[in-house]
Structure formats: structure tokens, C-alpha cells
Design a protein around this ligand. Structure first.
Ligand code: NAI
Ligand code: MG
Length: 380
């Protein structure tokens, strides 16, 4: 009997392509784990009115961690239209299931490493190694949005903040509002994760990326907490930057940044930019990590136009599996997997379209699994 379970959630679009291509690797990893399938995604929304079937939450509760492919999310109007007729007009509201899972399991750290593997023709440099810590449960993704903006709430906000007066003449129907919630607790724990990581890996600097000159209260909370936490790590410098200029610096001098921490939306954007420095979304892995449970997934989405064509790059998924191995304490396997990926990228014989090649998703997955076996057996 395997000692623990890992859930596999392919989801939508290319999610199935990349998880199928990961199967040869999962087979040779030889973890003492049982892999169990769990449903998630657009077809469940269309047919059941819920992209995250309740059964999936129950399956995940019985697992140590999960691997997730990608989901398709569409705007409110389209989501309603694609519901089966019997579910239309019932006031069902689409919610992104991955956002729900991050909150349901309090997976407050979204860790997104962006590392360049030499030989990748898309690298902006061969010595880029950036890890982004993105707060994963609140900020502008708190899902507290209003349209129309209720009159009562509007009157209340006006009482507390005169900046609201400027919008007095705008009809509620013509106003959409989102709350950017930053709690001290969430700010503090994500920043501590970044500092802990920097300390464990021997990095000398953590860069907090916010916009405290404009978002004085919400980014201000992040800055205050960063100063408080930095005091516990006297050997690590705290650098504070603004998101707009930071994206420019990231492209100009990517080698200057190793450990970065930020709030939810900024982290989502910054990690896609950083991924382009190291070969694009096909190389962008991520882990949604809480205190007891974690879900590992590529940062990219479901790329619907490539669904089922088996042409996309599985490396982001395989690097996410590498993160899972680290999290499980399987450092030797994690390191062998990273070497296998690096080695296949460097050899350049197997390349998917994004790297200028013609190999399939499955070819790439197979080549990395084969190389993994050689590395783990000591055949270099
Ligand atoms: P996307 O990340 O799915 O794809 C954008 C483009 O990046 C693709 O057209 C493709 O050219 C390239 N790409 C992505 N993954 C690749 C890979 N593994 N190998 C090679 N090239 C790759 O973003 P898009 O098109 O904005 O969104 C498509 C759907 O995915 C939407 O419904 C969106 O809501 C959803 N989405 C889901 C996410 C998740 O599941 N965590 C994250 C981001 C978007
Ligand atoms: Mg994203």
C-alpha cells in the first residue's frame, strides 16, 4: 500500500497534454505514492454550474499534495451563455477553481522560480535565477468586487474618504469597484517565506515590489511588515521598489534580482514577465504552498488553441513536479530531475515549437524521463 496520495487534476486545454507528457517521469520517479484523478474545469462549470466539483475538495483532503494542469476561465457573460440551458438564468456565478482552491486550503505562498537553463534559444541570459514569492489569497484577487456599486456602500465610503466625491455624478450601473485587501497576517507570512528562502539558499537580498507611493495604505502595509521582518534577518538586505519601474529593471538587469516578494496581482504579472526572460511560459513553474498542503502547477493557462495537439512545452509542468519533490523532502530526486531538464535543454535535440523545434509534448516528456533515469542511476 502506498504511504500517501497525490491528486492529478489535468483541467482544461493543454492541461491534459502536459500531464500526459509527465506520466513517463511520474512512472520512473518511484515515489511511494498513489496517484488519484480529480475533476476540475470548464466542462464542470458548463454542465454542473461549478468548476470545482465538491467531490474534488474531498479527494484533495485525502491527498498529501496535488499536481494541476490549467483551467480555462471566461468573463461573466460568456460563462453564463455556455451553461447548459437548465442552469441558465439561475444566478450562478463563475469562480476560478484554482483561486478557490488557494483560499480553501490557505495556500498563501505562490512560489514562482524563473531560472534560465543554458542552451535554451529563448533565454535573455544564461545566468538568470529569480524566485518570486507572490501572496496568493488576497489583494486584488480577494474576489470582493461590485458592479453596480451599491448606493449604500457608496454613501458609506464617501463618509470615510473624500476621494469618493469625485465620482458622485456617476450612476452606480456605470461603476465597477474592487477591494484590494491586504491583511497584516498575509503580508507578514509571505514576506517571511521570502526571507526564510533567501536565508536557506544563501541569498543576500530580498526585493519587495509594491507601489507604496500611490497605494499608500495597502502597499504601505506590505512595506511596514517587510521592515519588521527584515529586522529578524540582519544579514539580508531589504530592497523596496515600485512595480512599474521594477518590471523595467527586471528586463534590463535580471541578474540583479534573486528573491522577490509581492502582492497577488503584481506577482501574477511580474512572474509572467520574468518567465519570458528564461524561455517563456513553457518554463514557468509554480507551487501554491500552505502550511500542510500544496498544489503544483505551471504558471501558464490552458492555451486552448493548442489543446490536444501535443505541441506545447511540458517543462513548466515538469519543473513544477521538481518543486513538488523539494516540498516532499525528496531533494535528491528533485535535483536529478532539474539536471535531466537542464541536460535535455542543453543537448537541443528534442525541442518543442516554442524553442524552435518540432518535437511533440510527449517526445519532450519522454526524453526528460529517460534522462532522469540516467542521472539518478549515476550514468552521466
Ligand atoms: P495561456 O498561458 O494559456 O497561453 C498564452 C500563450 O502562451 C499560448 O497561446 C502559447 O502561445 C503560450 N504558452 C502557454 N503555455 C505554453 C507551453 N506550455 N508551451 C509553449 N507555449 C505556451 O494564457 P491565455 O491565452 O491568456 O489564457 C488561456 C486560458 O487560460 C484563459 O481561459 C485563462 O483564463 C486561463 N488561464 C489559466 C491559468 C491557470 O490555470 N492557472 C493561468 C492563466 C490563464
Ligand atoms: Mg497568470
Amino acid at each position: 500500500m502506498p504511504s500517501f496520495k497525490i491528486a492529478l487534476m489535468p483541467g482544461d486545454g493543454i492541461g491534459n497534454d502536459i500531464l500526459t507528457a509527465s506520466q513517463p517521469l511520474l512512472d520512473v520517479l518511484d515515489l511511494d505514492a498513489e496517484y488519484v484523478h480529480a475533476d476540475i474545469g470548464w466542462s464542470h462549470w458548463c454542465n454542473e454550474g461549478e468548476a470545482l466539483p465538491p467531490k474534488t475538495g474531498d479527494i484533495l483532503k485525502g491527498c498529501r499534495c496535488a499536481l494541476f494542469g490549467a483551467i480555462t476561465s471566461k468573463p461573466t457573460g460568456e460563462a453564463e451563455q455556455e451553461l447548459v440551458p437548465r442552469l441558465q438564468g439561475k444566478g450562478l456565478i463563475y469562480r476560478s477553481p484554482i483561486l478557490t482552491l488557494r483560499k480553501m486550503f490557505d495556500l498563501y505562498t505562490n512560489m514562482r522560480p524563473c531560472k534560465s537553463y543554458p542552451g535554451n534559444p529563448n533565454n535573455h541570459g544564461d545566468n538568470i535565477d529569480i524566485t518570486i514569492f507572490r501572496e496568493n489569497t488576497e489583494g486584488l484577487y480577494s474576489e470582493i468586487e461590485f458592479h453596480p456599486f451599491p448606493d449604500e456602500l457608496r454613501a458609506m465610503v464617501s463618509r470615510f474618504n473624500a476621494a469618493m466625491d469625485r465620482f458622485a455624478a456617476i450612476p452606480s450601473q456605470e461603476m465597477a469597484v474592487a477591494l484590494r485587501v491586504i491583511t497584516k497576517r498575509a503580508a507578514s507570512r509571505i514576506i517571511r517565506r521570502a526571507f526564510e528562502y533567501a536565508q536557506n539558499k544563501g541569498y543576500r537580498k530580498v526585493t519587495l515590489v509594491e507601489k507604496a507611493n500611490v497605494l499608500r495604505e495597502t502597499s504601505g502595509m506590505m512595506v511596514r511588515e517587510a521592515h519588521a521582518i527584515a529586522a529578524d534577518y540582519p544579514r539580508i538586505e531589504l530592497q523596496i521598489t515600485y512595480i512599474d519601474a521594477q518590471l523595467m529593471w527586471l528586463i534590463k538587469n535580471p541578474q540583479d534580482f534573486s528573491v522577490m516578494v509581492t502582492s497577488n496581482l503584481f506577482g501574477d504579472i511580474m512572474s509572467d514577465v520574468a518567465s519570458q526572460l528564461v524561455g517563456g511560459l513553457g518554463f514557468s513553474a509554480s507551487g501554491n504552498i500552505g502550511d500542510k498542503f500544496a498544489i503544483f502547477e505551471p504558471s501558464h493557462g490552458s492555451a486552448p488553441k493548442y489543446e490536444g495537439k501535443f505541441v506545447v512545452n511540458p517543462c513548466a509542468m515538469l519543473l513544477s513536479i521538481k518543486m513538488m519533490l523539494d516540498w516532499l523532502g525528496e531533494e535528491k530526486k528533485a535535483s536529478a530531475l532539474e539536471s535531466a531538464i537542464a541536460s535535455v535543454v542543453k543537448a537541443g535535440k528534442v525541442r518543442t515549437y516554442d524553442m524552435g523545434g518540432k518535437s511533440s509534448t510527449l517526445d519532450m516528456g519522454r526524453a526528460i524521463a529517460d534522462r532522469y533515469v540516467e542521472v539518478i542511476c549515476g550514468r552521466r
